[in-house]
Design a protein around this ligand. Structure first.
Ligand SMILES: [Zn+2]
Length: 360
């Protein structure tokens, strides 16, 4: 069966390494190689110096493939030493949407949440959430991480090596991050939030169901989350019922990305296998993940059509927003002024600017 597929969750490069101009062609290759009709790019900027290029890079992607690229802009955070003070989060969100971003990306991975120090429902974010709530602007909000990352016996070695073990030190618990999130959702009932990776609830589907029932605007995406599809496989009947019952609320995504600056990664093979196994799990009864047999969800065709494209189109009100070259150049120039000359972001921004100028 041929489905129209919108991959609603990609990044230019992995979220903890600098993105570069080559990522544009690489992500377009992933798109073409896998027959993706449209994609939605996510920008994780936070306070890091090496992320100034991200928002301009995504605007350039939208300019190069108009009508096929959605992008959620990243709000810059202040240095964590200033985290408790008022900041222009809401103005940034308004500016990003005005430039042509389709939504806002927010990011509360435990590492970031610990370093920044302020809770997800902290009053410093009130003006931002109020504006997002009142306008119904789509938000992709990464909250927490897989439950195994808090367990020293269960965390996969490659993730521990990245510093993503949260059992020691002063990391917030997964429960605390959920509590903060749900306090935010209670206070702002019209927030159009997409919680990626099944909100890391693939092993707690009844809790997730209750949350979705309580918050009709809420969406989730089925982007792995390496633990997710194994959890589904182990509890396949309940997982299948969940997907069917909430078939209007789930978006398709992969977290695929190109090769970060100075990195080597066979991004095409990685992306192909991720898309293959997620689709295999969604579509078939007998599926495999990296060669290992799993119980698949074997979802009905109408459910698959919704998850692959219709739900996202409905949530985003249709087509990707168009971007004007002139406005994109202005935003890029302002990022160049703020990026330090010694940071990789500076060079990458110059490349982005040159490509935008060539489009005039
Ligand atoms: Zn992601």
């Amino acid at each position: 069966m041929d489905y129209r597929i919108i991959d609603a969750h990609l990044h230019p490069s992995s979220s903890y390494k600098p993105a570069c101009i080559d990522n544009i062609d690489q992500v377009f290759e992933i798109m073409d190689d896998n027959g993706l009709d449209r994609i939605c790019m996510q920008s994780v900027t936070m306070w890091y110096d090496w992320t100034f290029q991200l928002n301009p890079l995504l605007l350039l992607m939208k300019l190069l493939r108009p009508g096929r690229i959605y992008a959620f802009g990243g709000i810059r955070f202040p240095d964590p030493s200033e985290s408790g003070k008022p900041f222009d989060y809401d103005k940034q969100a308004r500016d990003l949407i005005a430039v042509g971003f389709d939504g806002i990306k927010l990011f509360a991975k435990p590492t970031v949440r610990r370093t920044f120090g302020e809770s997800i429902d902290n009053p410093v974010f009130d003006k931002l959430y109020t504006w997002l709530n009142d306008t119904g602007t789509p938000i992709m909000y990464h909250i927490a991480d897989p439950e195994t990352f808090w367990d020293e016996n269960l965390i996969p070695e490659n993730f521990r090596a990245r510093g993503w073990y949260y059992g020691g030190g002063s990391y917030p618990s997964q429960r605390q991050l959920f509590d903060e999130t749900e306090a935010m959702l209670d206070r702002y009932p019209n927030l159009h939030v997409i919680l990626p990776h099944f909100y890391f609830h693939s092993a707690s589907l009844s809790r997730l169901a209750a949350l979705l029932d309580q918050h009709p605007q809420l969406r989730i995406d089925c982007t792995p989350g390496i633990e997710m599809y194994y959890n589904f496989s182990q509890n396949i009947e309940a997982a299948r019922m969940f997907f069917i019952r909430y078939s209007n609320r789930i978006h398709f995504g992969t977290d695929n990305f190109g090769c970060a600056l100075g990195d080597e990664l066979d991004y095409l093979s990685v992306a192909k296998e991720t898309i293959r196994y997620v689709r295999d799990m969604l579509e078939n009864r007998n599926a495999t993940i990296y060669g290992e047999p799993q119980n698949g969800l074997a979802l009905p065709e109408d459910v698959l059509r919704k998850i692959y494209a219709e739900n996202f189109l409905d949530y985003l009100d249709g087509d990707p927003k168009l971007v004007s070259v002139k406005t994109a150049i202005e935003l890029t120039r302002s990022c160049i002024e703020r990026a330090s000359m010694t940071e990789p972001a500076h060079d990458q921004l110059q490349f982005v600017l040159a490509k935008m100028e060539a489009l005039i």
